[in-house]
Design a protein around this ligand. Sequence first.
Ligand code: ZN
Length: 175
Amino acid sequence: MTVHPIRLLPDPVLRQRAKRVPEIDASIHRLIGDMIESMYEARGVGLAAPQIGVSLRVIVLGMPEEEPFALINPEIVKRSGQRTVDEGCLSLPGYRGELTRSTLVVAKGLTPAGKQVRIRAKENLLAQALEHEIDHINGTLYIDHLPSLDVLRKMEPEEEGGEPAGEPEPATSAE
Ligand code: ZN
């Protein structure tokens, strides 16, 4: 598996609507392996294929202390409620912002084995990450949900505890 550099704004691949995966073959399995490696290398909790330059509808999620998993052609089938979260993005390092996300998120998609699954996440990091990563494959970034770019906060390295800004972190993360 190969660690790929994370594409950064304003790379146009981040703004494209990614294509559906027509068939889950060895190249998709390789892509997923590379995405998981790249996500951990960058200390993120989620990554979308466009972030390593591949415009396909594939996301990976790796919640702290949990096994990482991939969803192919994911879609949000239900969302409800609103909550304020603090969020960052590996493609826009050094910044964070507060935005509104759903309380409950239900997503469906295919596993690497081609099985259709449904994932329900409520009021947690996974719910936030599902919305964040599925946004990515539609060319949407979290900054698009901010009332204005003026509310973005620039993080100093010491504020981040010497670690790069991850993909969405819970609002309770030490700051
Ligand atoms: Zn992101």
